[in-house]
Design a protein around this ligand. Sequence first.
Ligand code: CO
Length: 134
Amino acid sequence: MIGRLNHVAIAVPDLAAASALYANALGAEVSEPTGIPEHGVTVVFVGLPNTKIELLSPLGEKSPITAFLERNPSGGIHHVCYEVDDLKAACDRLVTNGARVLGEPKIGAHGLPVVFLHPKDFNGTLIELEQRAA
Ligand code: CO
């Protein structure tokens, strides 16, 4: 059911420093920061030949990243995102298999519907599923 790895998201305490690290030390192409208020994050996209890395930092009072950075002050892998052909069918299949889908699909960082799956159901990993672009 799942397809390409769309991105790996890494929460970082200092977005400018993390961007510079990826650009300079790793020689990667990094985007300008983009604020996504609906998700409470500012994102820098790191383009790789086969996927993306998203550097996330908190935006606003109720950011989902804040508590994560309190537990992981130097940052850490926050979630992985897999593409699916049919998000609704994927959610139905997950629920049938006893996995917890967190809320209803929302429009994600790439303008496509996404949902998150409970990390306790997936070996401690927060999973994002993104509807594959048509
Ligand atoms: Co993501």
